[in-house]
Design a protein. Structure first.
Length: 118
């Protein structure tokens, strides 16, 4: 079934979307000039893109040209121009109390979001 653009736009209303979905598709002019494609890319490929990746924030541009434009605007240092690649999340099995204790006390290699008293 082929629909017109007007019919497709009628689907993107608060009556047809969840509150989360409606909020998700709203543009934020402070991020990527108001584009929303980066949200889809980062949700679909969470371990590929950094939060400031030019490849995600400006997906339909040439990164080399985007770097030149952002340099002229004085914003080059705010972005990552490396090609995206998969970075798996670290995971390991911890099978003992001493293993857990060792990891929680190793503040140089593991970030603990709260203070642990043992």
């Amino acid at each position: 079934m082929i629909r017109t653009i007007a019919e497709a736009k009628q689907d993107n209303t608060a009556a047809n979307l969840t509150n989360w979905g409606w909020t998700f598709i709203q543009p934020d002019t402070n991020v990527a000039g108001g584009g929303v494609m980066y949200k889809l890319l980062m949700k679909a490929f969470p371990n590929f893109y950094k939060g400031n990746s030019v490849y995600a924030l400006y997906p339909f541009t040439v990164p080399k040209q985007m770097k030149q434009a952002l340099t002229e605007l004085g914003q080059e240092s705010d972005f990552d121009f490396r090609r995206p690649c998969y970075k798996p999340l670290w995971s390991a099995q911890i099978t003992s109390y001493n293993g857990v204790k060792k990891i929680l006390q190793d503040h140089d290699n593991f970030h603990v979001p709260c203070k642990i008293i043992m």
